[in-house]
Design a protein around this ligand. Structure first.
Ligand code: NAP
Length: 253
């Protein structure tokens, strides 16, 4: 076996939430290219079918399940479908997320709760459902954000709290499951990548942020997908409980 073989995911089954748009599509495609069959969850079933075609074009099997990650029963149903159709779950990419930017004095309890429900609680329900069936060698990858580590000029209390909470969740699940169950748990903190979420930014915002990024550009989703494949694979066999910033250096400025 060569070191590049360690990055392969042949015969593995990966679950990707938020696979109907943006980064989740890139993650599903990359995992399939690395050899995994992929189970796709999000609310918009018709868009999941588009992602499924990309997975199949890479020669892998795809299963789509309309899923609302804020509902624990829906998360269980997604994992049940993975087990029924593909027999196991080796990798979970907790990617579903919503973004908001609301000044703290104006944010309603409903707005705050909705972001926490999807971005933090949803990841926990998914991790619980997968953690119950995953075998040793499993890998959970939580998509946090640089907003879990630093600030970036917009009022994002709910989003930042959810993403910082996800880093804490990552650490704790790694501590609970790595030794006892052989499941590695890591997080990725992306910087700025084009997606439906970043289309909602105020005009000029991304240009302004560029000045804070040592690489002076947005990331390419493939640069993030490569980190997902690495953390999913045996190449990261000694990596657990960590948060990987993939941000062009933004968090060091
Ligand atoms: P996006 O294009 O808006 O994708 C978000 C995904 O989450 C969609 O597939 C959406 O699908 C899904 N989703 C939202 N609510 C859901 C729910 N209740 N249940 C199930 N799925 C749900 O944005 P993105 O940029 O690709 O975001 C992906 C992840 O990366 C998020 O966690 C985000 O916080 C994180 N992130 C992104 C960036 C960036 O620059 N793009 C930076 C840092 C972190 P449906 O609407 O079909 O449910």
């Amino acid at each position: 076996m060569t070191v590049t073989d360690l990055f392969r995911l042949d015969g593995r089954v990966a679950v990707v939430t938020g696979a109907s748009s943006g980064l989740g599509v890139a993650f599903a495609q990359a995992l399939a290219e690395a050899g995994a069959d992929v189970v796709l969850g999000a609310r918009r079933a018709e868009k999941l079918a588009d992602t499924a075609r990309l997975v199949e074009a890479a020669g892998r099997r795809a299963v789509t399940v309309a899923t609302d990650v804020s509902d624990p029963e829906s998360c269980t149903a997604l994992v049940d479908a993975a087990m029924a159709e593909l027999g196991k779950v080796d990798v979970l990419v907790n990617n579903a997320g919503v973004g908001t930017a609301v000044p703290a004095t104006r944010e309603t309890p409903e707005q705050f709760r909705q972001v926490i429900d999807v971005n933090l609680n949803g990841c926990y329900w998914m991790a619980q459902a997968c953690g119950r069936v995953m075998q040793p060698g499993g890998s959970i990858i939580n998509i946090s954000s640089i907003l879990g580590i630093t600030t970036a000029g917009l009022p994002q209390a709910a989003y930042s709290a959810s993403k910082a909470g996800l880093i804490g969740l990552t650490r704790d699940l790694a501590q609970q499951w790595t030794g006892r169950k052989g499941i590695r748990v890591n997080a990725i903190a992306p910087g700025f990548f084009e997606s439906e979420m970043t289309e909602q930014y105020p005009e000029g915002y991304l240009e302004l942020m560029r000045g804070r990024i040592p690489m002076a550009r947005k990331g390419d989703p493939q640069e993030l997908a490569a980190t997902v494949v690495f953390l999913a694979s045996d190449a990261a066999g000694y990596v657990t409980g960590q948060t990987w910033a993939v941000d062009g250096g933004l968090t060091i400025t």
